[in-house]
Design a protein around this ligand. Sequence first.
Ligand SMILES: [Zn+2]
Length: 297
Amino acid sequence: MLEPEFTTPEDSLPTEISFGEFLESHPPNQLARIIKIEGWYSIPGQVGNFQGIIAPEIQLHCSHDLCNGVRFFRCTTKPASLIRGKFVNDYLTYRCWNCQKTEKVFSVAVRWDKLLEGPILVSGDAIKFGEIPPFGPPTPARLIKLIGPDRDAFLSGRRCENQGLGIGAFVYYRRVVENQKVRILQEIRKVAIKVGAKSAAIKILEDAEKEVQFTKAMEMAKPGLPESLLIDGHNPLGLLHSALSEGVHAMSDEECLRLAGSIRVVLGELSERIAQALKDEVELKNALTTLMNRNKS
Ligand SMILES: [Zn+2]
């Protein structure tokens, strides 16, 4: 039987991750170096008697109505026995441990090659052939709303990212953010008005909306961003600006993939915060109305 050869381009080393991270967040068709694989062995305590992986508990998004968020998933199938230095194909079925309804199936090839500690810790290589439901977190509805007419371009970027096509993903996301610059800035301005920002800050955002050149517009808008839209203390417009000002020609596919992922995460967080800020305002108004009506009666 032919031994499949999984390689990575000579100039890029495979990513070093744990087996759990590999399942949770590594895209299909890309070799990963698994730094620590916890295993089971047939004769307890006997060095070199490693048999196979103990499938780790992982965290994935569960889309079931009962969950609708990140939940713990556990493997319900016993992973195959492994052979040192040889890829073994396997299917791993995981189930959401919260609702017990959602399942995720991974098709993988794993090869261990190095004993780390006693018989139970090894390192090796792994690659995913695919997974069902497909790889990648779902795209939040609020993000889709924020980018509006460029939904399809965004989802094409998402497909590229899921398959590890970094340059493709980066270029799609850049097009989306550049095309929807005005829309994004308008939403930010709505929040600024709601939170009672100073007129100077609102003017900054208005001027940035009118600026045609994207990087300049982002640079201009930065100081006008309401504090409630900061992401861990960072200005999302600054983050997008620095990610998008890199020239695609100067970057490797892997670098593009990392940047594309960051752009998607920042956009997702920003859309979430915008929606939250606008919603909070509605809730506050309703609460005030209720209280004021109570005082009247
Ligand atoms: Zn669930």
